[in-house]
Write a protein that binds this ligand. Structure first.
Ligand code: GLY
Ligand code: MN
Ligand code: MN
Length: 457
């Protein structure tokens, strides 16, 4: 069992109190989820509790269910098996667990009786076995799009998790520190001929030594144009740019999410330097307006305009900035959204769908590129988001007949080829403050000079 963390457990209790005010007399069943088998039942993937459970309890308890009714919280937990002490070491008694977690503890087999006639609201657990058990326990599948009470619970939790409290911000800072250390370590070990796997290992070692994990599968590749490329089988050679998208997960489950790109040789070649600077300028333009009251879609569009202007200056695009952005021409080279919410999940609360990322009355665009924007809320103090523009040369996009019609002769392919880049992204984690924002991951080298001075160092 992971160690108890008093600050997280205390913060969780305060969150439950706030949730009970929002929920009124609607009871809520929050499952922790269960470990998933890799190949046979006793060999499981490392357990990661549901983020809603971690948020409200502050501790991972495999197989547990929290039942919230007004100010009362009961935790339903499987009592220890006789041989647990042999395989897992000393297991706390119910009384000890109750004291540590500041919750009432009840044996799991009492849960069906406790739920009878309650008509509790719930949110789906991450794993299929727990989802099936939830359907049995509730007599229905939790679904915030069809059930009013599930929607009420989703909205209540979302309103809490959108704006981070002090304990959450401490965890996000910790995740940021680990993430920064990982990126510096990755830059340090890079030299021509090293395997992507060796760079990835050096980065993840910085996390493991802090007793942290990764908040998603690490992307460490010289093929950054493959957006979710999780193969580490390649070799980094002189002339390549390495893209590393690696984020820490703190022992309590909070996420970091940073991307840096660096030249394997230690020096950006001419065109690569220009392309890198375009992405850096786009990130600066987005950061410049990231403050309370700004609509996140406008942060995205600021990055899109700066990218377009940079590509016009390099002769890669021709035309008018506003027209190119309105037509989505930049999206052929910057096809994803500029970022997302960050918290316990790397794409925070994406299990709740666009209810989390999109404010009421806003919906995803259908235009290629803008359709991938995961967040369209007005920024508020206490929100954490990523800012991650990029530039990619993706053959599947550039050869697509429909998308070529978007370009309509405004993309100079020879000038694009001359940049000699495949994929560049620059990503930081920021916390919105009362007056602007704070970059939680500012320690990761980013300017051309800083990056070149760190690679191979
Ligand atoms: N690492 C996933 C993302 O940047 O969204
Ligand atoms: Mn991200
Ligand atoms: Mn990322």
């Amino acid at each position: 069992m992971s160690p108890f963390h008093a600050a997280s457990i205390g913060a969780a209790k305060a969150r439950r109190q706030r949730l009970s005010t929002l929920l009124g007399d609607t009871p809520a069943l929050i499952p922790a989820g269960a470990p998933c088998s890799r190949n046979f039942p006793s060999n499981v993937y490392s357990f990661r509790a549901s983020s809603h459970f971690l948020y409200l309890i502050g501790h991972a308890l495999p197989g547990a269910y929290a039942l919230l009714e007004g100010e009362r919280t009961r935790l339903f937990v499987q009592p220890p098996a006789e041989d647990d002490a042999l395989w897992h070491g000393a297991v706390p008694s119910f009384a000890e667990l109750a004291a540590q977690l500041d919750c009432e503890l009840v044996a799991l087999d009492q849960l069906p009786a406790a739920l009878a006639k309650l008509d509790a609201s719930s949110l789906l657990a991450p794993d299929h076995a727990t989802q099936a058990r939830q359907r049995e326990l509730l007599g229905r599948a939790p679904d915030a799009s069809t059930s009013e009470r599930d929607a009420r619970l989703a909205e209540a939790i979302l309103s809490l998790r959108l704006v981070h409290d002090a304990a959450a911000i401490d965890e996000l800072r910790l995740a940021g520190e680990g993430t920064v250390a990982a990126h510096i370590a990755g830059m340090h070990v890079t030299r021509p001929g090293i395997g992507e796997a060796a760079i990835c290992a050096a980065m993840e070692m910085e996390l493991r030594r802090r007793d942290m994990g990764t908040s998603y599968e690490s992307i460490v590749t010289v093929h950054g144009e493959v957006l979710h490329n999780v193969s580490h089988a390649g070799v980094a050679r002189a002339g390549d740019i390495l893209l590393a998208d690696v984020g820490a997960e703190t022992p309590r489950g909070w996420a970091g999410d940073v991307t840096r790109c660096w030249p394997v040789s230690g020096t950006f070649e001419g065109g690569q330097r220009d392309a890198y600077q375009v992405v850096l300028n786009a990130q600066a333009a987005a950061l410049a307006i990231a403050k309370p009251g700004t609509r996140y879609r406008d942060v995205h569009l600021a990055a899109a305009r700066a990218t377009t202007q940079g590509l016009l200056d390099l002769g890669v695009l021709t035309g008018d900035v506003d027209e190119l952005v309105a037509d989505g021409v930049h999206a052929l080279l910057f096809p994803h959204g500029v970022g997302h919410l960050l918290g316990l999940d790397v794409h925070d609360m994406e299990d709740l769908g666009d209810r989390a990322g999109y404010a009421e009355g806003r919906a995803r665009s259908e235009q290629f590129g803008l359709s991938y924007l995961r967040l369209d809320r007005d920024l508020e103090p206490g929100m954490a988001v990523t800012i991650e523009p990029g530039l990619y040369v993706v053959p599947a996009i550039l050869e697509d007949e429909t998308l070529r019609r978007v370009e309509a002769g405004r993309l100079n392919r020879a000038a694009l080829d001359a940049l000699n880049v495949r994929g560049i992204r620059i990503e930081d984690d920021i916390l919105i403050t009362e007056t602007g924002h704070q970059v939680l991951t500012a320690g990761a080298p980013k300017s051309v000079a800083e990056v070149e001075a760190t690679v191979g160092g």
